[in-house]
Design a protein. Structure first.
Length: 288
């Protein structure tokens, strides 16, 4: 009788331990720790042209905002060191360091940390199941992020972002935007997929991808000191460079130089889909 009970208990313990080990393994995913540098394969986020909104599902409000934006605004001391928000910052020049923070007692992963060299940003992705803060909590450049493993893919959910860029040519992203990310490692390559949903400025989610390569040598720049200065002499106090409606002199400059129809260059959800190719192949009928 005792041997039967002991045998049953042994089987139960093995089953429980096996289940726990499997659950722990699935929960921890793969190790993405290390230093990473961009391996660009898509558009350059850092140098978009004025009124280059092709492929971005903006609405009329976002378009109006962007067409009123002047590049000279970046000369203002208040904007010279303005940090890129989390949905945008991974697309620019940067070095990225990733490491895990673990519970010292149980060695479970509490958080995954990112150090982003551009603007020297520290980002925390909480992995311990904690909830997002209430809607009225403070918004930050990196927002509040929680993550979970889906197989070997890390999925991250971010809220509480400050207002920032969709593109650094005036296309705005509101502080109501939310971000879903997927990080996938393939050897020394790390793929980052981001999906921005913004009820204020977008009509559909906006998807971007970047690829990073693992650094094996030291010597890369990890510091980004930024000190604002007065760049434009004798500017009137309080002046903010801008264009009034229909007065942006550069609005069609890039479209006309490339031969892309003007209405296509001004973006919108329809410019994300393959049907737009037919319009791009037709000769433009005058200036539109």
């Amino acid at each position: 009788m005792k041997s039967s009970i002991l045998g049953a208990l042994t089987v139960m313990c093995l089953a429980v331990n096996g289940q726990s080990a499997g659950a722990f393994s699935a929960a921890t995913g793969i190790d993405m720790s290390g230093s990473w540098s961009p391996a660009p394969h898509e558009e350059s986020f850092a140098d978009p042209q004025i009124a280059e909104y092709l492929g971005v599902p903006i609405n009329d409000t976002a378009r109006t905002w962007a067409l009123a934006w002047s590049p000279s605004r970046l000369t203002l001391p208040e904007h010279q060191c303005q940090v890129h928000v989390a949905p945008y910052i991974y697309g620019g020049p940067l070095n990225l360091r990733i490491w895990e923070e673990k519970d010292p007692n149980r060695q479970r992963v509490i958080a995954i940390r990112h150090y982003i060299s551009t603007y020297e940003q520290n980002r925390t992705i909480w992995m311990d199941g904690r909830p997002h803060p209430p809607e009225g909590a403070a918004h930050t450049w990196m927002g509040f992020s929680t993550g979970k493993w889906e197989g070997n893919m890390l999925t991250v959910y971010t809220t509480h972002l400050k207002q920032g860029w969709l593109r650094r040519n005036g296309l705005p992203e509101s502080d109501h935007a939310t971000l879903v990310e997927h990080f996938l490692r393939h050897g020394d390559l790390l793929t980052h997929v981001s999906v921005v949903t913004d009820p204020i400025f977008l009509t559909e989610p906006f998807v971007r991808t970047q690829v990073f390569r693992r650094l094996t040598q030291q010597g890369q720049n990890w510091l980004y000191p930024c000190d604002s200065v007065i760049e434009i002499a004798n500017r009137p106090r309080g002046e903010v460079p801008h264009f009034l409606p229909d007065e942006n002199p550069f609005v069609y400059e890039f479209a006309d130089a490339t031969g892309i129809p003007r209405d296509v260059m001004l973006g919108g959800a329809q410019t994300m889909y393959p049907d737009i190719q037919a319009k791009l192949k037709r000769p433009p009928a005058g200036r539109r």
